[in-house]
Each structure stands twice: as C-alpha cells, then as structure tokens.
Write a protein that binds this ligand. Structure first.
Ligand SMILES: Cc1cc2nc3c(=O)[nH]c(=O)nc-3n(C[C@H](O)[C@H](O)[C@H](O)COP(=O)(O)OP(=O)(O)OC[C@H]3O[C@@H](n4cnc5c(N)ncnc54)[C@H](O)[C@@H]3O)c2cc1C
Length: 365
C-alpha cells in the first residue's frame, strides 16, 4: 500500500509491479487528482548536478530511462533538450560550480561576453562576464511522465484510489488505513506523502524524520519581445533566480526556500515582487504583465537527501520521501532502488553502483 500518488508514489508503484507483477498494490491519494501538489507545480527541468553531489547519482542513473523509456511506456518523448546557462554577477566566481561539474563528469563549457549574450541576449552586462554552459540540461514532460507511471501501474493491476486521505493508520498484524473512501489493509505501507510525510509517519505511530516543506514560487511573465524558443534555462549560480521560456513567455522563479507547513500552498505577493525585481536587475527585458503564478512545497530531510527504504524502527513501514527539488528527475532510479528494498531483492541495473546508505531512513535512527 502506497500513501501518496505524486511522482514518488506513482514511480514506485510502476517499479514494484515491473519487478513483482503478481503483487497486490493500492495507491491511496488524498486529492481527487494525483499530481495536484508538488508534482504538478515543478519547473520541469532535468539538470544532472542539481541538488549537489549527494543527489547526482540518482539523477545520472535516471537519465537513460528518461531519454529512452521502455517500449509502450509513453507516447511522446519525456526529455527535450534545452541547455542551461549558469551565470554569476560580476565579481563572483563559478569555480565551486565548475569543480562540481568536473567531479560529476558532467559536460560543460566556460563562456564569456559575446558567447553568453548569444545564448541569453537580454542579460545585463554585469551578468554576462562569465558563465558555464551545460548542454545536457533538458525540459521534462512532467505530466507525461507522471501519467505514464500511473497508467503503467494500473495496467499491471494497481488500484489507484483518489479522495482517500489516510486519516488514521494502525498496525494490528496488518496495517489498517482509514480514509473517506473506506478502510484498507496491507502488509507493508509506503509513505510517499510528499510534504505530509512526517504527518503520515506520526499517524502511523512512527517517529518523524524532520522532513521540512520549503515553499518555492514560479511566475509566468509576458515579456517584450517574446522569449525565443531556443533560450536556455538561465540560472544564477548564486541562487537568486532562474528563468526559462515557455511558448513565448518566461517562467521565472526567485529560487525561494521559505519554511512552510503541509498545505495547498499559494504564491505570496512578496515572492512574486522579489522575482520581478531580481529579473529586472538581471535582464534588460520589459515584463508586460504577470499572466499567472504558483507555489509548491519542496520537502527536505535535514541533510537534503531523499529518504528511501525501510524504517528500521517500524517493521513494514517504508519511506519514499524527501525528494526536495529534484524528485522528478531522480524518480526512475529512486523508485527502482526503493522497489528492490521493499521486495528484499538485489538492486536493479538502474540503481547498480549507487550506494543506498546515504538515502536510508536508518541514517536518522
Ligand atoms: C516550484 C518547484 C519547482 C520544481 N522544479 C523541479 C524540477 O525542475 N525538476 C525536478 O526534478 N523536481 C522539481 N521540483 C521538485 C519535485 O516537484 C518534487 O521533488 C516532487 O514532485 C515530489 O513528489 P512527491 O510525490 O514526493 O510529492 P507530491 O507530488 O506532493 O505527492 C505527494 C502526494 O501525497 C498525497 N498525500 C498527502 N497526505 C496524504 C495522506 N494522508 N493520504 C494519502 N495521500 C496523501 C498528496 O495529496 C500528494 O498528492 C520542483 C518543485 C517545486 C515546488
């Protein structure tokens, strides 16, 4: 039984049923639409080093699946090449970032002046002295990936039950989960509840891990002239802003990480204003109007690494949580590893070579 049908729960359901086709599996989702929370609110990019060296093994190991999904998994490509331009303000340095790229074996190139402006023509001069070009960065079709995971799981026999928020969870031999959609029973329970992961643990009488939801905002801006299709993801290596094009508009994020609580989070006016201000300082590119904005909760364990695997203090209770700001791009490898642990099997090829220990809940016990 998996609680939560965002990308974490959906990808795990797929991975479990690929390995154990006879498994009886249900996915209980609190909302009427899976993907309503964080999964449906991402910036939808794949950048191999995003999240740092501790996360990169999962992102790198997920690349093959995202680039070439199994036959019949989805109808359209999941990744579309975009490229990322990592910039910095004059006087700042890109050395640490470059070292991270080199250490991770990620293709990248140093750019200066005119070469930077060819990729991002509206950058102001103080942002266009030095940059790192990451050609491997891609857009992710998040809805396509998420729906394909859910479809694959359902085809393999999983029950997806929506409007089924676990309200009470008890272990009496089996796990018993009380929801508005009825009572469910299961031998093993997976906590894939995103921002609610610690709340779900507490419901089940399991000690929380300290997973904290941090709010991030994105706004969609109409700019003059329109954003060219080929514009890369432009990202301040100092962490103040990123933007990327979408159908002539720009998605702009102030890179905020504001502590919040599990809820249907909405964008704060101040975060939108900060994003606009930073954008205007970075680019000579008039914003005509803000078309829409949204916010989502990125959930982090205290060490900012995912939490994948069995809880050593609670037999039958597993975690698939703490995916932070990279849960989409790490989903194929993270779910493959978590599924193998749940089934007590050797890690699959996608997870081979990855040290599972840094992601185990045991590190907090
Ligand atoms: C603005 C923003 C930009 C991002 N950009 C990227 C990006 O470019 N690339 C990337 O890889 N990642 C990105 N992320 C991160 C990514 O979106 C998350 O890591 C990922 O979606 C987390 O998935 P999840 O399944 O853990 O959480 P969720 O999608 O939130 O799913 C958890 C589900 O659990 C359900 N639930 C909660 N409580 C219960 C309960 N009691 N019973 C049953 N169900 C319950 C919820 O309703 C929810 O649907 C971004 C996130 C944000 C907010």
């Amino acid at each position: 039984m998996i609680l939560g049908a965002g990308i974490g729960g959906a990808s795990l359901a797929h991975a479990l049923l690929q390995r154990a086709p006879r498994l009886k599996l249900a996915l209980l989702e609190a909302e009427s639409r899976p993907g309503y929370h964080t999964t449906g609110r991402s910036a939808a990019f794949y950048a191999e080093t995003y999240g740092g060296p501790g996360v990169q093994p999962l992102s790198s190991a997920s690349k093959a699946f995202l680039q070439r999904p199994p036959a019949g998994f989805c109808e359209t490509p999941i990744l579309s090449p975009r490229g990322a331009l990592h910039i910095c303000r004059a006087g700042q340095t890109l050395e640490a970032l470059e070292a991270e790229f080199r250490q991770g074996g990620i293709a990248c190139e140093h750019l200066h002046g005119e070469d930077i402006l060819r990729k991002a023509p509206r950058l102001r001069a103080q942002w266009a002295e030095a940059a790192i070009w990451e050609p491997g960065c891609s857009d992710i079709d998040v809805a396509g990936l998420h729906q394909s995971y859910l479809r694959s799981a359902r085809r393999a026999g999983a029950d997806l039950v929506t409007d089924a928020r676990a309200a009470a969870v008890a272990q009496r031999g089996d796990w018993r989960i009380l929801t508005p959609a009825g009572e469910f029973r299961a031998g093993a329970l997976v906590n894939a509840a995103g921002a609610w992961a610690d709340e779900v643990a507490a419901l089940a009488g399991v000690a929380p891990i300290g997973i904290e939801p941090l709010r991030r905002t994105i706004l969609v801006a109409e700019v003059q002239p329109e954003a060219p299709t080929g514009l890369p993801l432009v990202i301040d290596s100092g962490g103040s802003l990123y933007f990327k094009p979408d159908a002539g508009r720009l998605w702009i994020s102030p890179h905020d990480e504001t502590p919040d609580v599990p809820r249907d989070v909405q964008p704060e006016e101040m975060d939108v204003a900060v994003a606009l201000d930073r954008f205007e300082r970075m680019c000579d590119w008039p914003v005509r109007r803000i078309l829409s904005s949204w916010a989502g909760l990125r959930s982090f364990a205290p060490d900012r690494l995912p939490v994948l695997g069995p809880d050593p203090e609670a037999p039958g209770f597993h975690w698939c949580a703490g995916q932070g700001g990279w849960g989409i791009q790490t989903a194929p490898a993270a779910s493959a590893g978590a599924a193998a642990m749940l089934l007590g099997e050797a890690p699959p090829a996608a997870y081979a070579g990855i040290d599972a220990a840094p992601y185990l809940p045991a590190r907090f016990r």
